[in-house]
Design a protein around this ligand. Sequence first.
Ligand code: UDX
Ligand code: UDX
Length: 458
Amino acid sequence: MKVKNICCIGAGYVGGPTMSVIAQKNKHITVNVVDMNIDKISAWNSKDLDRLPIYEPGLSKVVNEARGRNLFFSTEIDKHIDEADMIFISVNTPTKTHGEGMGYAADLKYVEACAKQIAKISKSDKIVVEKSTVPVRTSEKIKEILNRYNKNVKFEILSNPEFLAEGTAMRDLEIPDRVIIGGDNSSAIDSLVKIYSSWVPEKNILTTNLWSSELSKLTANAFLAQRISSINSLSELCEETGADIEEVSKAIGMDSRIGSSFLKTSVAFGGSCFQKDILNLVYIARTLGLKKVADYWEQIIIINEHQRNRFSKKIIQTIDSNNLNPKVQILGWAFKKDTNDSRESAAIYVADNLIKSKISINIYDPKVKQSQIFFDLNYINNDEIKNKELVSVKNNMLKCKFNTNVIAILTEWDEFKHYDWGQIYKKMNKPAYIFDGRNILDRKKLESIGFNYIGIGR
Ligand code: UDX
Ligand code: UDX
């Protein structure tokens, strides 16, 4: 099938950037990105490109080029499903909060609702592409729903997982290490290969069966997260022995068989994918009776929780044992730099631990909005009153008073490295402590200013 019209359901962190690049590179294809969230769609359509709903370096340029030409953002879901030859499902698949598999399994209610809607609307044959990360064999379920609700139209299902990382999404889309397309119909696979091959070399486009494609996504994320938990577990060992985790990480990473990526110690990994995908993998293994396999992968999550709790505990103990004013200035809320996304950010958990110990906090992040920060806290601890009482948020670093004894860095934003730490020290109560949850500052320099510097694993 020669694809002329694409519809993507879900204008989020994945759907938005991915479709922008597909439209940019395929001028002959009309791409409609639809979402049920009216505010989000109007933000995608806003004239002021600084108001796009997600912050991603390089995104606004691509949107500016393609929007209105062959890229459109709309809430008219039914209309665009009807017109499309190919439909991407890119809605969120959060971890289940109730029912069977609660706390582990991915909640597929949005994916299933999309499949039902596609079936009900479609009058012509369609290729349906799973973009959302889903448990293995979800495509079977989608197929079953499509065929149950519509017996007149032929649907082909493909799995095309996304490997973009936030903050570098545009580069990851532009020059992907690989694009994976899983399916069991070669003509449908070819249609999608053609779309990607307008900018990705064919040798980087890997075609597989459906299940391999679905499993590759989950396990690629599990492997990446595994490296972070491995290095983070060693950071604790370093703190006990006097070894420096940065030196150890460099030494390990210089072995070309290991490589240096994803060996940066941190206060813990966050983001919408790692935890969810690993929990999903654990759930799948457990349901298949593979207990040892499940326990092995679950350990990654356990170390991650341990790492952020360890970090919080150190702050709380420092405040308690030195009788300091129970107040902390947090720098960084996003789960990593160069994004306004805070899903599963370590900052949320650290802040919550501090709040539970009745420590008040002031938070500054260059991109995450105050409303999002309160949303994250209220979601995690369900204690709006306490959050209001103990938390304040500043959207401008100059407005931060720094009149506390403790600063905690939780995201590795570049601007934090370039602050005038001598000036900040002067404003702070003494003794002054910096807990550097990302090891981004120069310990010697800070100690020479007068700070007590506490990094990770050193
Ligand atoms: C993506 C993937 O789809 C998910 O599986 C992966 O694991 C993480 O990344 P992402 O784009 O980050 O999700 O999610 P989000 O930014 O929340 O966007 C999803 C969008 O889908 C939202 O804008 C939501 O309004 C929309 N949506 C959801 C619909 O339009 N219809 C629905 O039925 C459900
Ligand atoms: C991840 C995968 O990298 C991507 O391929 C997939 O499509 C989605 O999930 P993302 O979550 O956007 O991408 O960001 P990533 O760069 O992987 O970082 C995840 C978390 O790990 C962040 O909190 C980051 O700070 C942390 N991290 C990363 C470390 O702590 N150390 C590292 O060495 C690398």
